[in-house]
Design a protein around this ligand. Structure first.
Ligand SMILES: C[S@@+](CC[C@H](N)C(=O)[O-])C[C@H]1O[C@@H](n2cnc3c(N)ncnc32)[C@H](O)[C@@H]1O
Length: 158
């Protein structure tokens, strides 16, 4: 069994963003483009619970449903995505990259959900349970408050 590996070259890793490092497009990435195929390191439950949870690797792990030995059900284990998969930041509202697990081949495939313009950050959804304060949501909320004048009104003593 083998798996072709794909990674487009028109990407830049920006080191200082409000979310730490992030991946940005250096040219238009057309919708549907496979951006990266990233192998994963599947962790045993014990390694994860006893070791990884005490390290910063915790913030880089993906849920990984794994079939039980009898193949009748699955348990949720954790996997570290090697390569770019660990560099994509999260956005609840502006995600432009979709990701799909290939459980059998133990890779995650990242695909452009729409055209991604030159200079745009590549963003995925981590889902609803975050282990950090979402900088994008905070910015979005501030934008809304500024638009509705709440910021301004909040500053006036009445
Ligand atoms: C998988 S890493 C992504 C790469 C990371 N920025 C880095 O420099 O290694 C996940 C971490 O990135 C940061 N991050 C990702 N999305 C974020 C967001 N929307 N707001 C704030 N921090 C974010 C958080 O520190 C999170 O634990």
């Amino acid at each position: 069994m083998s798996q072709p590996l794909t990674r487009i070259s028109t990407l830049n890793l920006v080191l200082e963003t409000p979310k730490g490092r992030g991946v940005f497009a250096t040219a238009l990435i057309p919708a549907g483009t496979v951006i990266d195929t990233a192998p994963v390191l599947l962790l045993s439950e014990r390694d994860f619970d006893e070791h990884v949870t005490h390290t910063s690797l915790l913030h880089y792990s993906y849920n990984w449903p794994t079939p039980t030995d009898d193949g009748k059900s699955s348990v949720l284990r954790q996997a570290i995505v090697l390569g770019l998969g660990s560099m994509f930041n999260h956005s609840a509202r502006r995600q432009n990259v979709g990701w799909k697990r290939n459980l059998e081949k133990q890779v995650v495939v990242y695909t452009a959900l729409r055209d991604i313009a030159k200079g745009e950050e590549l963003l995925i959804s981590y889902g609803p349970h975050l282990t950090f304060v979402d900088a994008e949501e905070a910015m979005w909320q501030r934008g809304r408050e500024a638009e509705s004048g709440e910021d301004f009104l909040g500053g006036i003593e009445v």
